[in-house]
Design a protein around this ligand. Structure first.
Ligand code: HEM
Length: 187
């Protein structure tokens, strides 16, 4: 069983929502707090019905799809771990891509993702300030294909906005049919 992470939105949790908007497509129900946790194999489904929970999104930590060996080595040498004490700001950005994207072959997707859109090249400019983790949801029959999670210190918030506007201007993003941008802080 892959490592599955769940994000729950509700009335309680370590991360307080400061802003939430639907960048593309339908929004998510407004919540005050978000929690992040590991889904255990022996989970009692009863706890899902908790009344202080408005939504729950799940995603698996999976293998790389569009990363060359050289890119993987550079990412590993640059990236920071999650949960740094200085990283009091976070973003949860669930994303769904169109059927047109999923109908493409692997080599066509890589071509759009990196050779055309320079996703990894752009993103690497923001390491190690922005720590990240990608979760795959599509195969779990979730409403989004990906749950993207980022953590950073307050002084890097402006950099994060620039990173987002650079990525959203790429050809890759023309395949995004739903994107919700949730910003969070913790003490
Ligand atoms: C995938 C790097 C920021 C959304 C990836 C992958 C890499 C990467 C290497 C490919 C993983 C694979 O091989 O399967 C980075 C870096 C960033 C960054 C270094 C800098 C912080 C972002 C941001 C967003 C984002 C800000 C969204 C708002 C995604 C999505 C995928 C992805 C949705 C999955 C694409 C797909 O499989 O179709 N990222 N990224 N990334 N990233 Fe980023």
């Amino acid at each position: 069983m892959p490592c599955v992470i769940e994000f729950t939105g509700g009335d309680r949790g370590p991360w307080r929502v400061t802003r939430a908007e639907a960048t593309t497509g339908a929004r998510l129900e407004e919540v005050a707090f978000v929690s992040v946790g590991l889904v255990s194999e022996s989970e009692d489904p009863g706890h899902l019905a908790s009344s202080d929970m408005a939504w729950r999104l799940r995603g698996a930590i999976s293998n790389l799809r569009y990363t060359t060996r050289d890119e993987a080595n550079r990412l590993r040498s640059l990236q920071a771990a999650l949960d740094r004490p200085t990283a009091t700001h976070a973003a949860l950005i669930p994303i769904k891509k169109s059927q047109q994207w999923w109908d493409l072959a692997q080599d066509e997707r890589r071509e759009i993702f990196e050779e055309t859109s320079k996703h990894t090249t752009i993103g690497m400019n923001y390491l190690p300030a922005i720590a990240r983790r990608l979760h795959h949801s599509r195969d779990l029959r979730e409403p989004f294909d990906f749950l993207t999670w980022f953590e950073f210190a307050p002084e890097h918030e402006a950099d994060f906005e620039t990173l987002l506007s650079n990525l959203r201007a790429t050809r890759e993003w023309t395949f995004v049919e739903r994107e919700v941008d949730i910003r969070l802080t913790r003490d």
